[in-house]
Write a protein that binds this ligand. Sequence first.
Ligand SMILES: Cc1cc2nc3c(=O)[nH]c(=O)nc-3n(C[C@H](O)[C@H](O)[C@H](O)COP(=O)(O)O)c2cc1C
Length: 365
Amino acid sequence: MPDVRLFSSLKLRDVTLKNRIVVSPMWQYAGENGFPTDWHLMNLGRLADGGAGLVFQEGTTVERRGCGTLGDIGIWDDAFIPAMSRLASVMRDNGAVPGIQLMHAGRKARQQRPWEGRNLLERSAEIADWDAWEPIAPSALPMAEGLAPPREMTLADIAAITEAFVSATRRAVAAGYEALELHAAHGYLLHTFLCEASNQRGDAYGGDFARRARFVLEIVEAVRAAWPQDKPLFVRLSCVDRSGWTMSDTIQLTRLLVPLGVDVIDCTSGGLKGSPLSTGRPPEYGYQAAYAAELRRETRVLTAAVGLIVHAEHAERLLAEGAADLIAIGREMIYNPNWPIDAAQKLGVDAGFGLFAERAAFWLS
Ligand SMILES: Cc1cc2nc3c(=O)[nH]c(=O)nc-3n(C[C@H](O)[C@H](O)[C@H](O)COP(=O)(O)O)c2cc1C
């Protein structure tokens, strides 16, 4: 079998990924009152069966306020554990390491779904707990001019949300996930603390770089203590955005995250002012991979590259060039959940279709 990096295993603490392909977390807008539905079970099952080494379940919120839009799923109560446990099992039973991304939408809460325009939702009888679903942020600054501002968080809110991340982590452990990612990108709550454009607090959580990073660092430290030592912790960062945060900030932050027990930085970009996918121009293949490469080179941290990585040869080249340790794929997995199996054919590493379950491999080979 040829020596192909994309299909080499990677051990992260005591968890071994069978290959370097990660399904990037993707909201499905299909939850009911925060609970996953049959759609999630089917979707995560087919993604796992498609051959990726690690599948990250969509951004799962740590409190009700943290939902971004209608149909988001959460893990803010023990009542969610059985349903989440089924999702983790379906991923594991179909060959992937089951991962969960924990998040809080912050000022991007209570928005329309993307295809409806992403504007702030209007109060309606359909949303029974409207007041409990309050957009909050480090400062009362809206994402865009003309939008209603979020409520500025108190120190009590900050403590409560740190605790919500810890409780969510404990539930993720109980549900059986084996990899956990904290979403600190795309303009959601943790990202808004990092950036001066969205954080103008005058207390210990705003001001210079160290103060703006404090909330994220406290959450990472608390989550790491609640997440088993033998399981990997990922953090997703917007390495650059168009609002003042630069690669050198990301490098500085990563140097603080690694000693706290972060294993992988998932390198994305943008989102502080709108959708991270709306760059204003058609993005190029691998448009964010340079961030993963620079961060890896400068800090030696393991990185995941993401963003329009579509072709197997390209994914392999990124790994061979040392741009990243993992290749995360989003939209292409919507198009073809069997992308990893197809990539293995294209790279010539799966002559007998051994990546498929035997019931399919027998016939295909
Ligand atoms: C439908 C959809 C939902 C997404 N939901 C999330 C999410 O829950 N958390 C997250 O960090 N990124 C989310 N993203 C961003 C993807 O994880 C990924 O970073 C982005 O789509 C770029 O990769 P791609 O070009 O391979 O799709 C979402 C993207 C899509 C298309």
